[in-house]
Write a protein that binds this ligand. Structure first.
Ligand SMILES: C[S@@+](CC[C@H](N)C(=O)[O-])C[C@H]1O[C@@H](n2cnc3c(N)ncnc32)[C@H](O)[C@@H]1O
Length: 345
């Protein structure tokens, strides 16, 4: 069971697939700092810019994995040819699929992809995969359903040459609250009492859908214009100033936050502290012995860009469990001429 790891980041997909016995035969990411972390952990430097990769240089593989950046297409969703996606990174995913004919393709993206550009982006992606001969299914998955205490929604698209990926078979494991994932001792970065406000009891509830428990906020300037009696609403506070209780889940760790301003309230101590960088990696499913980049800002960015490992682990398991790799007809692996000629001659 061989796979390739495109837009690999620090290897969130790879960890989950390796845990299920798959072997990585090729990886690509053009960010030098990301490549450094990947190499430290997997002993292999990813190839750079995907747009420069000739598929004929990639060894054969069964599964293509890719958390590609979301870009608008300039064509209408009704057009079918993936050639029309030229100029986007998704086009590069497609030309590798066309040349290598993997049995399964797994793509991951932010939840917002589903509505991006008035739903045209997702329509073009689904059409293009189907046009390449794949049965396609997709679903929005949330890390909190994979035993990780983080509300992190991602769209996962799976294309199969034979059969169809059934998301209903995914084994969900509702996570315990954040408190069960925290370090018990260490050099924690606590806030002074004067630096934050904890809400009155009647305002504190675990939010139904997300499982977040917004409990207070850091006392920052800039509350001008906020209507009276609305300070208990989390939306009036900027994200890095919001404080969540460890009795609930953590909000999505974003990629733009390079200072790690994630503040958590510990009811038993009645104190607020920063989530540590190790805890950030843990609630993305990375093992404690994962080697992080030496620069702290990069550590935060890289984990925020990543995919949750428990989720990729389950996807890897389901591909085997649902027998989506059991293709016996070798003829389906032939390269379909035209586009190859167009690009490389
Ligand atoms: C959202 S991240 C994917 C992270 C990955 N799934 C993980 O688990 O860590 C997208 C990645 O695509 C990479 N990328 C963007 N454009 C690229 C290109 N032209 N060639 C190769 N990699 C690219 C970025 O450097 C970034 O690491």
């Amino acid at each position: 069971m061989k796979f390739i790891d495109l837009f690999c980041g620090i290897g969130g997909f790879r960890l989950g697939f390796e845990r299920n016995g798959y072997e990585c035969v090729f990886s690509s990411d053009f960010n030098i700092k990301v490549q450094e972390t990947y190499e430290r952990n997997f002993g292999e430097r990813p190839t750079g810019d995907i747009t420069q990769v000739n598929p004929n240089d990639i060894p054969d593989f069964d599964v293509l994995l890719g958390g590609f950046p979301c870009q608008p297409f300039s064509i209408s969703g009704r057009k079918l040819g993936f050639e029309d996606t030229r100029g986007t990174l998704f086009f590069d995913v497609c030309r590798i699929i066309e040349a290598k004919q993997p049995k399964v393709v797994v793509l991951e993206n932010v939840k917002h992809l589903i509505n991006h550009d008035k739903k045209r982006t997702i329509t073009v992606i689904l059409n293009a995969l189907s046009n390449l001969g794949y049965n396609v299914s997709y679903k929005i998955l949330n890390l909190k359903d994979f035993n990780l205490p983080q509300n992190r929604e991602r769209i996962v698209i799976v294309g199969c040459k034979v059969g169809n990926f059934d998301f209903n078979k995914i084994r969900n494991h509702k996570s315990n609250p954040l408190k069960d994932f925290l370090d018990t001792d260490g050099n924690f970065d606590y806030l002074e009492k004067s630096e934050y406000t904890i809400l009155e009891k009647e305002y504190i509830k675990v939010q139904k859908e997300s499982g977040l428990k917004f409990i207070g906020y850091r006392n920052k300037e800039g509350f001008k214009g906020v209507r009276p009696n609305s300070m208990h609403l989390n939306r009036v506070h900027r994200q890095p100033n919001r404080i969540y209780s460890v009795d609930g889940y953590h909000p999505t760790i974003p990629s733009q936050e390079s200072a790690g301003r994630f503040f958590i309230y510990l009811p038993e101590e009645d104190r607020v502290r920063k989530l540590t960088i190790n805890e950030c990696y843990r609630i993305m499913g990375f093992p404690d012995n994962f080697i992080k980049h030496p620069l702290i800002g990069e550590q935060y960015k890289q984990i925020g860009n990543s995919i949750g490992v428990n989720m990729t682990e389950e996807l890897a398991f389901q591909i085997i469990n649902q027998k989506l790799l059991n293709i016996t007809d070798e003829s389906s692996r032939e390269i379909t001429g035209n586009l190859q000629e167009l690009l490389y001659n």
